[in-house]
Ligand binder design. Structure first.
Ligand SMILES: [Zn+2]
Length: 97
């Protein structure tokens, strides 16, 4: 079960809640009760499989964050490797090669 979040858009009537997992929308015209009503609808809905565009957005988002993380690890790995090579090269140099 994917983690799902409810995003409530409050700027207008009807108040709209959007499930960030499956993009389902929940509406309430009752401004005072909107958050409760929308949350109740959200809680009782079954997440449908992702639409293609929503899935693409998620994949891109995950790929972007993963790439950022991977860049960081590559950066660390690069400098670690450089440090190791330097340490290994030092006595080799010192031995007069
Ligand atoms: Zn959902």
């Amino acid at each position: 079960m994917p983690k799902r979040n409810l995003r409530i858009v409050k700027q207008d009537v009807p108040i709209i809640g959007i499930c960030e997992a499956c993009n389902a929308q929940f509406k309430s015209f009752n401004v005072d009760e909107a958050e409760r009503v929308v949350t109740a609808q959200f809680d009782s809905h079954e997440c449908k499989s992702l639409g293609a565009s929503q899935a693409a957005v998620r994949i891109v988002r995950e790929a972007t964050s993963m790439t950022h993380k991977r860049k960081l690890w590559l950066w660390i790995a690069f400098w670690t490797a450089l440090a190791i090579v330097t340490v290994l090269m030092w006595p080799w140099d010192w031995a007069g090669w």
